[in-house]
Ligand binder design. Sequence first.
Ligand code: FAD
Length: 287
Amino acid sequence: MRYDIAIIGTGPAGVSAAITAKIRGKNVLLLGSAALSPKITKAHRIDNYPGLPGVTGAELAEHLRGHLAALEISVTEAQVGAVYAMGDWFGLQAGEEMLEARAVIAATGVVQGKLLAGEDEFLGRGVSYCATCDGRFYKGKTVAVIGQSAESPAEAEYLAEIAQNVLYFPTGGGTPSARDNITVINEKPTEIIGGKAVTGLRTEKALYGAACVFVLRDAVMPDKLFPGAETDGVHLKVDNEMRTNIPGLFACGDVAGKPYQYIKAAGQGNIAALSAVGYLRELDNNQ
Ligand SMILES: Cc1cc2nc3c(=O)[nH]c(=O)nc-3n(C[C@H](O)[C@H](O)[C@H](O)COP(=O)(O)OP(=O)(O)OC[C@H]3O[C@@H](n4cnc5c(N)ncnc54)[C@H](O)[C@@H]3O)c2cc1C
């Protein structure tokens, strides 16, 4: 099945884009966490969201989930590994599946912190951002997981079913449930090392052998997720209509630049959806 518009991310930008695209009658695929972005759910108190003074993040998430439900928009829980422009449609790699959409809206948030030394150099040669996509290549081996997202513990447990050993470095989220072949190491990773491929992970205290380092963040750098898209590093470059340099690919929210604010993200989600609707209309008219 080919969707009209795939939206990646369930923060305020992605939710807003999905609402507008659905209202405009489009067949929408909303990808991300059904619990919505941790940047919403974890906010203690929000004072600058119009109409909801002093709302907590948990309450805002409840409102947003309710709005999605009222419009019968479901969230497909998947981590997108890469988005490939195929001409007048896109292929979205989600785990072992390749999903298709005619237009894509990136609402993936912003990557915080610096890349680890060696991360860029070994990407695809033993550095992975997706356990579901790449875990099977490391059957019977030792892998390291740098767990920075809420989903990381579950991803590590999945890897433990395939790999011989999982070395888990909790750098943000929680820790996986106890298993014989998962070792939780509370040390700060500093460098991914290797030759032709990854051979290990160095921390501030020791060197650990590993055939792959899974770096599991809430978001990955946009140039890795959207090959061919222009970026300024952590942001996709967009114009006022939220268009990127790739026809049919739009971006909104934190991934589209500062300021990092809920209402700006939601506003840009609305613009991106309207622009995507206009793009699809043009495609249809030119056929
Ligand atoms: C502690 C804290 C407090 C804040 N307080 C305020 C405040 O009071 N007021 C305010 O205006 N702003 C506040 N902000 C900023 C606000 O949280 C962000 O600007 C806003 O969440 C950005 O929304 P977004 O939709 O662009 O991205 P996000 O909310 O970051 O959502 C992006 C989502 O996309 C998902 N995603 C990323 N990559 C993929 C992928 N490949 N596949 C599937 N899903 C993916 C992520 O997991 C995430 O759920 C706060 C931020 C923090 C951290």
